[in-house]
Ligand binder design. Structure first.
Ligand code: P71
Length: 445
């Protein structure tokens, strides 16, 4: 697909940002020049996927596209049952409601916004058990997605395994920079969890990207195929939630996958309440066909190498210029370290939010805050002030060229040169749930 781009003047962008309440989620896409808000649902579909859209079987029940999707999921990931949903958070909602009881603790390798909210709405409390290095943008640990087994063991000792229904393991951990978990660590997590009767839920939104990093960096995996590594990762988990809008190269879709027959029946019963029949779960037949094709395409080595390679290209360019970013560069985007970028702005005046707004005004590049606004308020009512105060430059798959990355890098450099002029922000509107999506701000004088 080719779309015309519109270049606004700096004054026009300044007005757009004011109207958007200094929140990049509230901009109109027509006013954006290069859109690095997210890699979710923004990738370009292939010729084969577009052809798949023409093969939609829109029967209410038993669409052949569902069976194609089920076969593709089993072939690549190896889980037994597939329950389709309209996107990832619907799968998170179902698994949280099915497994979490009030008062439970739910450990995980760093929070994700929607995941944690669904755990909380089900009565649980998220407990972070990722290694400390993940919270340090400058640590060069190659597998910052790893779980600190001592933290996990401590939680089991303190709470008792019966209060821990599952541990949630994300691959290519989003909030710390798209950082992979090693297969060796995951295997240990699985063994420890299972010794205590605790399930492992896999947030496999970017599992294929994680598998690529394993192939590249984990000893013993260089000669394995991406699919073999993905299959091994999944074999150390019991359940998976999937937002297909990322790895799977489609604009909408997702699923819950489980191995246990009884749990599958419960989830199939729940999906008809919230999503649709268990053979479409909120997707049309044609959506499921494009998704089935995307599942097979995304594990092709040349594709994933080019995808992660483009992210690494932008990261290296910024790092070479001395821009403070999260290192090592992860798989789906480059994350600017706003604490070091704008040290003059206190974290409660949202430096990452201010930086994302400034970058847009400078060049029309849209990015996303992943810091104090995203983290929300803790049980004490105060902003959580996470260690990581980041702006995510997220790269959609198969959309932009290296030349676009050069323009992005130029703009980041320009903003860096003028960083002292950037001011902090305060809320003018703060929504109750997932506040970062719809919040509005004004600059602090
Ligand atoms: C991303 C998104 C989309 C998003 C979601 C929430 C805040 C901002 C942006 C979605 C994910 C994800 C992981 C690891 C579950 C979901 C939910 N990511 N787990 O990164 O990254 O999936 O959006 O399909 O409901 O921009 P969903």
């Amino acid at each position: 697909m080719v779309e015309p781009l519109r270049m606004l003047t700096r004054e026009q962008r300044q007005r757009c940002m004011e109207e958007a309440g200094y929140n990049t989620f509230l901009l109109r896409s027509a006013d954006v020049y290069i859109d690095l808000l997210t890699d979710s649902g923004t990738s370009a579909m292939s010729d084969r996927q577009w052809a798949g859209l023409m093969l939609g079987d829109e029967a209410y029940a038993g669409s052949r596209n569902f069976y194609n999707l089920e076969a593709a999921m089993r072939e690549v990931y190896g889980y037994k049952h597939l329950i389709p949903t309209h996107q990832g958070r619907a799968a998170e909602h179902m698994i949280s409601q099915l497994l979490i009881k009030k008062g439970d603790s739910v450990p995980g390798n760093m929070y994700f916004t929607t995941t944690r909210l669904h755990q909380e709405l089900a009565g649980g409390t998220f407990v972070d058990v990722i290694i400390d290095e993940a919270h340090d943008p400058q640590s060069l640990h190659p597998f910052k997605g790893d779980v600190d087994l001592a933290k996990f063991q401590k939680l089991i000792d303190e709470r008792g395994a019966e209060k821990i229904p599952y541990i949630c393991i994300a691959t290519a951990v989003n909030m710390c920079g798209g950082q992979p978990i090693s297969v060796a660590n995951l295997k240990e997590v699985y063994e420890l969890a299972h010794r205590h009767g605790i399930l492992v839920v896999h947030d496999m939104t970017r599992c294929v990207e994680n598998a690529y990093m394993v192939k590249d960096h984990e000893p013993g995996y260089a000669d394995r195929t991406i699919t073999e590594i993905v299959r091994e990762i999944c074999s150390y988990t019991d359940i998976a939630t999937m937002s297909s809008k990322k790895d799977h190269l489609v604009n909408i879709g997702g699923f819950l996958a489980v191995n246990d027959d009884e749990l599958a029946n419960k989830a199939r019963n729940m999906v008809v309440v919230y999503e649709g029949l268990h053979t479409y779960g909120g997707m049309s037949g044609r959506d499921m066909e494009a998704l089935a094709i995307g599942i097979r395409e995304c594990v092709e080595y040349e594709h994933i190498k080019a995808r992660v390679g483009q992210v690494q290209y932008l990261g290296k360019k910024l790092d070479d210029e001395g821009i403070p970013i999260v290192k090592p560069v992860g798989t789906h985007g480059v994350f600017l370290d706003a604490k070091r970028f704008l040290p003059h702005i206190d974290q409660d005046l949202f430096p990452a939010q201010a930086l994302a707004a400034e970058l847009y005004v400078d060049s029309g590049v849209r990015s996303m805050e992943r810091g104090n606004v995203s983290a929300g308020r803790g049980p004490d009512g105060k902003h959580r002030r996470p260690a990581l105060e980041l702006v995510r430059l997220t790269i959609p798959r198969r959309v932009y060229t290296q030349a676009h990355m050069d323009v992005v890098a130029e703009s980041v450099l320009e903003v860096y040169d003028n960083r002292e002029q950037v001011k902090g922000l305060e809320f003018t509107y703060e929504p109750e749930y997932l506040r970062f999506f719809q919040a509005r701000f004004k600059p602090v004088e």
